[in-house]
Design a protein around this ligand. Structure first.
Ligand code: BYC
Length: 469
C-alpha cells in the first residue's frame, strides 16, 4: 500500500479506515512534537536540512531527499509489505500462520518487548540533543539530524503498535515513552546504554557504530516474530538503521585517516604530540571503543535467560537471520557458556541472547578489520581490538567482575589501577571536549576528522547540507 502523505500522520496502514485509532494517534502527535521541541536537537528548529523521507516502502521510493525543517519532518507509520501466507518460522508454533493480532497469553510479553525497543529510540535523540552545536562539518550536522529524525520515526513505529494492538495499556505506555528521559534520576530510560551521556562526536560515532548495531540485531530478531505487524515494522526500520551504522563506521574511519595524516606530518606516534597537533590519538580512540562496545554488549541481556527461552518457544522473538539456521526448534540442542565458574552447558533456547550477541560481535569486528587495514597501510604500528565480551559487563554472568580487556579476571585493585588505560579518563574526555568546535562553512572539516569520500545523495561534499538561519 502506498504511503498517504495527504494525511496528518503519513502512513501505509490505512489509518483513515480506523477513526478511533487515527484520533488516538492524532492526540499523541502534538505531545510527540512538544517532546521534540523540548528534548530533541536544541536550537535547530528553523534550520533547513537536506533530509531523506520515506515516500513508499519499496526499494525505489523509500528515500526521497529535500530540504526540511525538523519540526516539519513527516514522521509517519510505515510497515514493510506483507508476505503472503506468512508462517511462523521457529519455536513450538512453527509452521502455523503468523499472528495478525496479539494472542492473549503473549500480550504482556509482547508489550514489554515493544516498550523496551520503543524506549531506546527517543532516548538516543535525548542523548544526542546538544551535539548539533559542535558538529565538525555541515555534512556531519546533516547526518546527525537524519539519524535523529529517523529515531523519532522508530518511536512512531512502536507507538503505532502499542495504540493499534494493546488498547488502553498500550496508549498509557505510549505516554510513558515521552515521560521517561535519558539520564533522569527519577525516570530514566529502560536500558543502561541509553542513559549514558553522549557529549562529544567521538562518542556519537562510537554509539552509532556499536549501539545502533545492537539495534540492527534486535530488530532482526523481532523481524522474525510471529506477530506479523511487529515483524513488518522492524523490517522497514532495518533499512533506515543501515545509514546510522554507516555514519558511525565512516565517522570513525575519517577520524583515523586524519590521525594518520597528522602522525605522518609530525613524524611521531606520541599521543601528546598528536593531541597538540589537534588530532585524536589512537589509544584514546581505543578507550572510547572499549566503553561503547562493552556497554552495547549488555543490551543483549544475560547469557542464560529464561525470558529468551520463552520468547523463542512462543515465536515472539527469534534469532537474527533465522533462515540461516538448520534447526528452528532447538528443543534438545545445548550451548556452552563461559562463566566465571567455568564452562556451563545450557539448553540452547536459554542461550539465545548469547547466540545473538556472538553474531553481533562478529559484525562489529568487520569495521575494525577495515580500520586496521587503513592503519597498517599507512605503516603505523597500532591495532584496534575489540575487548573481551567479559570486560566491564553490568548484565549477565560477568556482571561486576573485574575483568581486563583481554578477558582475564584481575583483582578489583588491579582493575581500578588500570581503569584509565582501558576506558576514557576524565582528561581524555576533557581533551576530546576541547576539540569540539562547530565548523559551519560548506565543505570545511574540523581538524580532527578527514572529509568523507563522497557527499550525500550524489551531492558534492561542499554542498550546503544545512541552511542555518
Ligand atoms: N539494561 O533475562 P534477561 C536500538 C534486564 S537498541 C538494563 O537477560 P531479556 C537502538 C531485563 O530487562 C535495541 N536492564 O533479559 C540503538 C530483565 O529484567 P527483568 C533495543 C537490562 O529479557 C541505537 C533482566 O535484566 N532493542 O534499537 O532476555 C539508537 C534479566 O535479563 C539490560 C530491544 O531492547 C540492560 N542492558 O533480554 C536507537 C529489543 N539487559 O525482567 C535505538 C527488545 C537486560 O528481570 N528487548 N536487562 O525485570 C529485548 O529483547 C530484551 O528486553 C533484552 C533483554 C534483550 C533487552
Amino acid at each position: 500500500m502506498a504511503i498517504d502523505y495527504q494525511e496528518r500522520i503519513p502512513n501505509n496502514v490505512d489509518l483513515s479506515g480506523n477513526r478511533t485509532l487515527q484520533r488516538a494517534l492524532e492526540h499523541w502527535q502534538p505531545r510527540f512534537l512538544d517532546w521534540w521541541r523540548e528534548l530533541g536537537p536544541t536550537d535547530f528548529l528553523a534550520a533547513e536540512i537536506y533530509l531523506r523521507t520515506a515516500m513508499s516502502v519499496d526499494t525505489k521510493g523509500w528515500a526521497t531527499f529535500g530540504r526540511v525543517k525538523m519540526p516539519d519532518y513527516r514522521w509517519g507509520i510505515f510497515l514493510a509489505e506483507p508476505v503472503a501466507d506468512r508462517r511462523i518460522g521457529f519455536g513450538d508454533e512453527m509452521g502455523k500462520p503468523a499472528w495478525q493480532q496479539v494472542p492473549g497469553e503473549h500480550r504482556a510479553t509482547l508489550r514489554r518487548l515493544i516498550v523496551t525497543q520503543g524506549d531506546t529510540e527517543p532516548a538516543s535523540v535525548e542523548q544526542q540533543r546538544l551535539l548539533g552545536h559542535t558538529a565538525p562539518s555541515l555534512y556531519d550536522l546533516r547526518n546527525l539530524f537524519q539519524v535523529n529524525v529517523e529515531e523519532g520515526r522508530h518511536l512512531w513505529a512502536m507507538v503505532y503498535l502499542l495504540h493499534a494492538y494493546f488498547g488502553r495499556d498500550g496508549r498509557e505506555e505510549a505516554e510513558e515513552m515521552l515521560a521517561r528521559h535519558s539520564g533522569d534520576a527519577d525516570k530514566p530510560r529502560i536500558l543502561s546504554t541509553f542513559n549514558e551521556p553522549i557529549e562529544d562526536w567521538l562518542a556519537f560515532f562510537m554509539f552509532t557504530y556499536f549501539t545502533d548495531r545492537d539495534g540492527k540485531f534486535q530488530l532482526k530478531s523481532l523481524a522474525e516474530s510471529a506477530f506479523d505487524p511487529l515483524s513488518r515494522t522492524c523490517r522497514f526500520m532495518l533499512r533506515e538503521e543501515a545509514h546510522h551504522m554507516f555514519v558511525g563506521d565512516t565517522g570513525i574511519a575519517r577520524i583515523i585517516n586524519r590521525t594518520i595524516e597528522v602522525m605522518k606530518a609530525i613524524g611521531t606516534d606520541d599521543p601528546d604530540a598528536i593531541r597538540r597537533a589537534g588530532a585524536i590519538d589512537l589509544p584514546t580512540l581505543q578507550r572510547y571503543l572499549n566503553f561503547w562496545f562493552s556497554s552495547s554488549l549488555d543490551l543483549f541481556g544475560a547469557e542464560v535467560s529464561s525470558n529468551a527461552a520463552a520468547y523463542f518457544a512462543a515465536a515472539i522473538k527469534g534469532r537474527p537471520d533465522e533462515d540461516s539456521y538448520e534447526d528452528h526448534l532447538c528443543k534438545d540442542a545445548t550451548r556452552e557458556i563461559e562463566t566465571p565458574d567455568g564452562i556451563e552447558t545450557v539448553a540452547l533456547r536459554t542461550a539465545m541472547n548469547e547466540v545473538t550477541r556472538a553474531a553481533y560481535v562478529k559484525d562489529c569486528a568487520m569495521g575494525l578489520a577495515r580500520w586496521n587495514r587503513a592503519i597498517a597501510n599507512a605503516g603505523v604500528a597500532f591495532e584496534l581490538t575489540l575487548p573481551s565480551p567479559r570486560f566491564r559487563r553490568t548484565i549477565g554472568a560477568w556482571a561486576g567482575r573485574p575483568v581486563d580487556p583481554a578477558g582475564r579476571l584481575v583483582t578489583p585493585e588491579q582493575w581500578q589501577a588500570q581503569r584509565d588505560r582501558w576506558l576514557p579518563s576524565a582528561s581524555d574526555q576533557a581533551f576530546i571536549k576541547s576539540l569540539m568546535r562547530p565548523v559551519t562553512e560548506p565543505g570545511k572539516m574540523a581538524g580532527w576528522i578527514a572529509p568523507p569520500i563522497r557527499g550525500i545523495d550524489g551531492q558534492p561534499i561542499d554542498y550546503e547540507y544545512v541552511l542555518l538561519h
